[in-house]
Design a protein around this ligand. Structure first.
Ligand SMILES: *Cc1c(COP(=O)(O)O)cnc(C)c1O
Length: 389
């Protein structure tokens, strides 16, 4: 092995902040006059919530959405001051922290409402809250039939002010939008029967792009901010640039003879004499094991098939047709290298999942390296990892 060739990093997720900036600007322009809130739950879809939030807020996002109170608290701790809407439940035990951090909770039960009202009691101004209406997704939210009574209860808590009413769509990214329109109709009907609120919202990225009448006062865009379309059924009217490039390195190249097998379970058998490159990436980094004998990676600008099982820390690729491959070569698992690209959509389809899951399953041991023309943000990097640009 060339001793110098592996002296640098072995794996990294490069996050293109210019892409996040451009995607946010494009989405904000598309949905105007509706406001754009960037969804940064699950650590910014795996790419780093603090970095994504800062860039989105500097490029036209008016606020942020998280799934859990803890995610909002972490953003406040990082110094982010913008409005933060919590989409999921706030447990009563966290009410004080939520109020102190000026997070905007979604309230769908009286117990939480009362805890929040108590926590807000000391404050000078009432706490803005949003209420989610379940119009057919049947996960979180209150049913249309319960809405008038629930809002009536909330109105008795003078420490709370219902700022927003919202719903979430089950099929906005599917070809058939019939159910999405039925949900919107149900939502509009409920809202019309309630006292007016300043902010109504229903759209995720898919609806924001394809269904202008769903944009209402505010749009909650997640996947589009990071540069991916929600599904192949969603129109390409807005330009989105993928933010992630997942890179690793070849750590060994070796010959195999006909009949030899590679990896656990001996699932791949060499039919000819060939060469195998070992790559420092495995399911322990978030690369799906399901891509064993299915996936492909880029080495020296060419596609090379994944052969044998993907293991926790390593995978193997057939580089027989690329004799110049050597230890230390850069490998692209997701993204572009030269003129070739392995798109996240392609990989998700092969792995029988969606781009969302592939992004969020990138594990903490993969350093997130922020690239782009703007100042490099060091937040979100694991302790001790230095940018190596
Ligand atoms: C995650 C989420 C979104 C964002 O969805 P995208 O498809 O990523 O745009 C919007 N609203 C709610 C309630 C969500 O949970």
């Amino acid at each position: 092995m060339d001793p110098g060739s592996l002296s640098r990093w072995l794996i990294r997720a490069e996050v293109d902040l210019d892409a996040i900036a451009a995607n946010t600007r494009n989405l904000a322009r598309l949905v105007r006059p509706a406001r754009l809130f960037a969804v940064v739950k699950a650590d910014g879809y795996g790419l780093g919530a603090v970095a994504a939030s800062r860039v989105a807020l500097a490029n036209g996002a008016d606020g942020l959405c998280v799934a859990r109170p803890e995610e909002g608290l972490a953003l406040r701790a990082a110094g982010i001051d913008a409005p933060i809407l919590i989409l999921g439940p706030t447990v009563p035990a966290l009410a004080d922290q939520v109020v102190r951090a000026r997070l905007t909770p979604t309230v769908c039960d009286l117990q939480t409402a009362e805890a929040l009202a108590r926590a807000a009691g000391a404050g000078a101004r009432p706490l803005p809250v949003h209420v989610k209406i379940d119009t057919g997704l049947h996960r979180y939210g209150i049913l249309p039939s319960e809405a008038p009574a629930f809002l009536g209860h909330l109105s008795r808590h003078l420490q709370l002010r219902v700022e927003g009413l919202w719903t979430h769509l089950a099929t906005a990214d599917e070809a058939d939008k019939t159910f999405a329109y039925a949900q919107l109709a149900r939502f509009n009907e409920v809202v019309a029967a309630l006292p007016p609120v300043p902010v109504r919202h229903a759209a995720n990225t898919a609806a924001a792009i394809d269904l202008p009448e769903f944009r209402l006062d505010l749009v909650r865009a997640g996947i589009g901010i990071y540069g991916y379309y929600p599904s192949r059924h969603v129109g390409r009217a807005v330009a989105l640039r993928p933010a992630l490039t997942l890179k690793s390195r070849v750590i060994r190249v070796h010959d195999v003879g006909p009949g030899e097998t590679i990896g656990y379970g001996r699932s791949w058998v060499a039919r000819r004499a060939g060469r195998i490159a070992l790559v420092a990436c495995g399911y322990g980094d978030g690369y799906p094991r399901h891509l064993s004998n299915r996936g492909a990676v880029l080495v020296r600008g060419r596609r090379c098939p994944v052969v044998g099982r993907v293991s926790m820390d390593l995978l193997t690729v057939d580089v027989t047709d690329l004799p110049e491959v050597q230890t230390g070569d850069e490998v692209v698992l997701v993204g572009r290298q030269g003129d070739e690209e392995i798109s996240l959509d392609e990989l998700a389809e092969l792995a029988e999942t969606i781009p969302y899951e592939l992004l969020t399953r990138l594990t903490p041991r993969v350093p997130r390296i922020y690239v782009g023309s703007r100042p490099v943000l060091t937040t979100g990097l694991p302790e001790g990892v230095k940018e190596d640009l």
